[in-house]
Design a protein around this ligand. Structure first.
Ligand code: DP6
Length: 328
């Protein structure tokens, strides 16, 4: 074992992963597609820990809560098992945006952990193998291994070996702006893990969500390749609203939106009426992510920041994949 450090960006899904066919391996029923978000990062640092068999996990400067810590240690166990390696680690994880509030902090966290922990264990994996590994920590993390525009292939194998992400276009392919409206920086009440399990088991709409998802995915992939914002945006909004409709129709119904979430959705549609091409999407939390042409990002950000209840806006754009840093 050796010291290592890695960094990964979060991502925003335009075609959502929402439903697992295998909960243990994080295998999805559907493919999904996201933009890796520059500047919204998690950094993970590793050092060998001597004189003990247990890992120590510090997140944003504080000892990890037991549940979170266990999820990280379970993931490190996977990496150690892969390499037949023993030995404890000190892990420091720092995320520079609101954690567990629907900006996919688990995506950047487990992508950074996959890249950093394999380096700490002196394992050499391909990007596809890293994507498979990151997926085991959190499904959406499979996509954050890559930069730019990324598709996670659902795969069909029982062991998950064909369920990984691929880059469909690099960050410089398309100058898109992403504006994240933070409407409630507190922790979400129902995490995506429980939320999607509830949607699969309890929502009468789940079968139609799944059936209609693939067409959205195709439209979004094609629209990205052709840089067609109207096509991508319309399909992404539709896919997002369906994901939330499926969840609202579960028993008990899931409601991720805050009042300001809805206010932002209306504002985005008003912007379009005035000729500003902007489109929204929402993950398993109250924040809204808005995509637009890079040249209009400042206009969109100003308009969104002025919506009552919006606490702050974060600016992003297609960013790089997960990578190793010089270990301190
Ligand atoms: C709504 O990847 O957080 O953001 O695999 O259980 O860790 P687990 O779930 P997670 O779910 C993300 C769901 C989503 C949509 C998406 O990112 O595709």
């Amino acid at each position: 074992m050796k010291a290592a450090a890695a960094i990964a960006c979060s991502n925003v899904a335009l075609a959502k992963y929402w439903g697992k066919r295998d909960e243990r391996l994080n295998l999805p029923y559907m493919g999904s597609l996201s933009i890796t978000m520059a500047g919204l990062t998690t950094m993970a640092r590793f050092e060998p820990r001597t004189g003990t068999r247990s890992d120590r996990v510090v997140m944003n400067g504080a000892e990890a809560e037991p549940r979170e810590g266990k999820r990280i240690v379970d993931f490190l166990d996977l990496v150690r098992a892969e390499g037949g390696i023993h030995g404890a680690l000190n892990v420091a994880i720092d995320t520079n945006f609101p954690v567990a509030a629907g900006i996919a902090s688990s995506a950047s966290t487990f992508a950074a952990l996959a890249v950093g922990a394999t380096a700490a264990c002196e394992l050499s994996l391909t990007d596809v193998q890293l994507s498979v590994l990151a997926r085991r920590g959190s499904g959406s993390a499979a996509r954050s291994i890559f930069g730019g525009f990324v598709e996670w292939l659902a795969g069909g194998a029982e062991d998950g070996s064909d369920s990984y992400a691929v880059q469909i276009a690099p960050p410089e392919h398309w100058a898109l702006g992403v504006v994240v409206a933070v409407t409630d920086a507190g922790r979400k009440r129902v995490g995506s893990r429980e939320g999607m399990a509830q949607a699969v088991r309890q929502s009468p709409f789940f079968p139609s969500w799944l059936e209609t998802h693939w067409a959205d995915l195709d439209t979004i992939r094609q629209g990205i390749l052709e840089r067609d914002l109207g096509a991508v945006g319309a399909a992404a909004e539709h896919n997002c609203l369906k994901m939330h409709a499926v969840s609202m129709a579960a028993i008990p119904g899931l409601l991720y939106w805050a009042p300001a979430t809805v206010a932002v959705l209306h504002r985005v549609r008003e912007l379009r009426e005035t000729g500003v091409e902007a489109y929204f999407t929402i993950d398993a939390g109250p924040q809204v992510k808005v995509i637009c042409a890079m040249g209009q990002r400042a206009t969109v950000a100003d308009a969104i920041a002025a919506v009552p209840g919006v606490q702050r806006v974060l600016l992003s754009e297609p960013g790089p994949g997960a990578r190793l840093l010089e270990a301190a």
